[in-house]
Design a protein around this ligand. Sequence first.
Ligand code: AMP
Length: 388
Amino acid sequence: MQPQKAVPTLTRKMIMPGQTIGIIGGGQLGQMMALSAKYAGFRVVVLDPTPHCPAGQVADQQIVAPYADTTAIEQLASISDVLTYEFENVDLAALDDVADRVAIPQGTELLRITKNRLREKTFLRQAGMKTAPFVAVHDRDGLLAAVDQLGYPCVLKTCEGGYDGHGQLVLHSLADLDDPVVDEILATKDDILEGWVDCQLECSVMVARNASGETSVFPVSENIHWNEILHESIVPARISNQTAQRAQQMAEKIAHALQLRGILGVEMFVTATGEIYINELAPRPHNSGHYSIEACNFSQFAIHDRAICNWPLPKIKLLHQVVMVNVLGQHVEDTRRLVATKPNWHFHDYGKAEVRHNRKMGHITILTGDVEETLKEIDDTHVWRDKH
Ligand code: AMP
């Protein structure tokens, strides 16, 4: 594991209300981070290329420029007391360039590890975690050798830039190697082949840590994906207390190994025998943690803001069982109709101007005393009938 870059003393100061949080990226994660920061009295400036983006709608100021625009990042750094980001594909060099001027508590080493699947899995193994078996792949010959080693089924993934199932393909047999997507993935020359983990459930744990080494660990969320996109999160996850505790301990261990400052999403596979494999890390708030806004004593966004501002971190309590369901482009119209009949549902809409198929447009949080009944209630609306 690479040592974390020395943290400038700037990072250790508590950032207080009235001071400015700069956020790179203005989507829904930035929006909810900004809203939470506004409740606590911070100024918020967002950098995003789309005018009036979701976070821009609630921030004090938006700098409209591409994420990698170095002049814009310098401008953001010059007016911010602390810089953070809502996604992992941030320009590392541009961040490094301003690190002497503004606190960047999360540092760039965290991004360097988590933006690349190979580095991330190597780090996780070194931190003592189980992951799917994996082999680096750079070309077709390498792929054939890796398939021989890992067997079918296996998953070919680009090391960088993939999201929500893009940039990956499950291989079931030799015939799948002729799929044109294989060539598209191999074209990047920086890929990974993973052995298949036969999991019973996919789960995630949000964990935060501050510069003093304090942590806040959220309860385990059980995540149901449709087409590689999160559909529902159920909290607490339907796993044993013992497995849940182990999942939380693993998340905390990863946070310490990373010397994390801020929040991290830890995605996991849980097998039928309760074994836990770490799949992916998200160095930011995560879709599967949205439930915390209504269901916990602190939301993942409030905790992220506290952690990057170096405030002390509380113990997280789940106040209520909860189900979260995502609203994608194809669900927007129908869920608007549900507003009239579901007075107990919390409807979140990110205010995105363009509605597109499979684009995350909002989510709904349902506090419940009976998860199975709530899952049925969601199904019975027929809004989420189409898995495609
Ligand atoms: P990822 O982009 O790595 O999160 O993968 C997207 C989805 O594909 C995961 O949520 C799993 O459902 C599935 N998946 C990816 N890799 C594996 C694996 N090695 N074993 C089993 N399922 C996987």
